[in-house]
Write a protein that binds this ligand. Sequence first.
Ligand code: S3P
Length: 437
Amino acid sequence: MTVGELKTIQFDKPVVAGSLKVPGDKSISHRAIMLGSIATGKTTVKGFLEGEDCLRTIDIFRQLGVSIERNGTDVLIESPGIHQWKTPVGELYAGNSGTTARLLLGILSGSSVNSVLTGDDSLSKRPMKRVTNPLQAMGASISGASEGDFLPLSIKGGALKGIDYEMPVASAQVKSAILFAGLNAEGITVVRESAISRDHTERMFKQFGANIQQDGNAVSLQSGQELKGTDVVVPGDISSAAFFMAAAAMIKGSSIKFIDVGLNPTRTGIIKVLEKMGASVEILEQYGENEEPYGIIRVSNSQLKGIVIEGDIIPTLIDELPIIALLATQAEGVTIIKDAEELRVKETDRIAAVTNELIKLGAEIEATEDGMIIKGPTPLKGSNLKSYGDHRLGMMAAIAALITEGPVEIENPSCIAISYPNFFEQLSDLIKKGEDE
Ligand code: S3P
């Protein structure tokens, strides 16, 4: 039942079972629109995510004079190419979307238009200096309050020069912003990361005909490349599937088959964690090696144990940590999450928010500076949970309701549409009545 912005969820000993095709990958959907708009000619996108964040990206490129027609998850882009964009009327609004804002800062810096980029309250508090600093070192003209650390920012497109940049944070958004700028910068642009973050930009650059080299943790790109429109197929978003993977892993008698879900190795940290915790994970089929790998996998319930999650695996499961924290409450022993201080600057401070909300359910969880420590297994009880306007917190609360004694009330659940518009429909399709003990 939804009353205004409050949704009450209660189940009677459910199991989750069946097949699930989750919506398209958010990161890949954004990049398909961006590259299709930078490139000259026609690009088609299949399996586009109709989430609010990705719709913001479409609106912005329309304002820049790119023709984008959308029919559900099919998109047709016809672009004159980045050098023929028109100066937008009004501000470019990125809404809640960090990916839209940060990647656009790189794209707009190397374009020939002047623009002002804005966002909602949450996005306006998220750090942008991590992107504006290297872009300014490339010669970008970006100005705004707090020395360019927060939106709104105004960007004067113009001539850039290549950079050899060692990233202080392992962030695909920072890496991608620099690579996008590098497309139109003089000379070579090199980005070096401490741990490999998602590589969708690199893979898609190749699909659009760019010459980009990946060598260990370094990516390099020669400037002056003309990209040509192409056809992009977006696999299912493993970060959305993760919520149901966790449900299948922790609820007795549950098993879900995930169809056409993305299996890019820079995103599959969740699979490694599930396996290490003792869940049953079977990769049934795998396709699309050279572009974006995807496939069919099955996750089933099994006895779970606590583990340590730290180091290089963190960027490969950064968005999954809220649901992993819930999962850890049902595992035997202690789970320690470290090296994840980036969670503090996501849509909300996810270390504080996850800890606060899981404590309300009776979980034994403690926040640390760069992660969380969770002791399990703990039976959880219903409560009123806040989403903080953060889609992943809202979905964590809904999945928690599958295992709580008593109802969970979610405040402001509509934010889930940011990345997973049909989440509640797919959730109810998977619910089956479990056996009484
Ligand atoms: C994203 C990268 C990640 C992730 C975000 C999407 C992307 O952010 O949290 O949801 O599409 O590049 P960071 O790279 O800043 O960690």
